[in-house]
Write a protein that binds this ligand. Structure first.
Ligand code: COA
Length: 153
């Protein structure tokens, strides 16, 4: 059975393996857990048989007006079963009080997102590929590091 949760409580890095398919330098499982934990809102899909996360979506934002959805992913073995759509639907419901709900996607996925009331726009992006696994926190103060780490414990 698939269970949907809006919290990362009780999740450990070993529960979030196998994501970022095809990424040359993907974020580690503990980084993914930190991304989910630090997000404004997130929805995770869990296979109750294994306790593992098999899909996730999250939004970052200003907490008032705008929310941006950086990532949505469902593990290949679980795709085409409606889980990705359910994650989008549930996150949009979580974000119902926000004015702007934005994301970037490949052209082929526009029809998928249009099902949830989204519309295509022209956008601009910049990617620092050397930072694909996430920014280093070695330059942060001890307090900042402890804060980032405690969020995923
Ligand atoms: C996109 C993604 C999250 C969809 O998850 P899912 O659980 O398969 O989604 P659903 O079962 O709800 O919907 C599947 C439908 O979405 C559409 N879709 C999914 N992937 C697609 C793709 N790469 N191109 C075009 N349409 C796609 C199709 O209409 C598909 O219908 P089908 O099952 O009849 O083929 C999943 O394919 C994935 O993780 N892809 C890799 C990461 C990614 O591209 N994320 C989106 C970033 S914007």
């Amino acid at each position: 059975m698939i269970e949907y949760r809006t919290s990362t409580d009780a999740l450990l890095p070993e529960h979030v393996h196998g994501f970022f398919v095809g990424w040359p330098s993907p974020p580690s499982p503990s980084t993914l857990l930190a991304l989910l934990h630090n997000a404004l809102h997130r929805v995770v899909a869990i296979d109750t048989e294994t306790g593992n996360v098999i899909g996730f979506i999250y939004a970052v934002g200003d907490g008032i007006l705008s929310a941006y959805i950086p990532l949505l992913e469902v593990l290949p073995a679980y795709q085409h079963k409606g889980i990705g759509g359910e994650l989008v639907q549930r996150l949009i419901e979580e974000l119902r009080e926000y004015y702007m709900i934005d994301l970037c996607c490949d052209e082929g996925l526009t029809e998928f997102y249009q099902r949830f009331g989204m519309t295509p726009v022209t956008g601009m992006v910049k990617r620092n590929y050397s930072k694909q696994a996430g920014r280093s926190i070695t330059g942060q103060t001890t307090v900042q590091k402890e804060c980032a780490i405690s969020r995923v414990q």
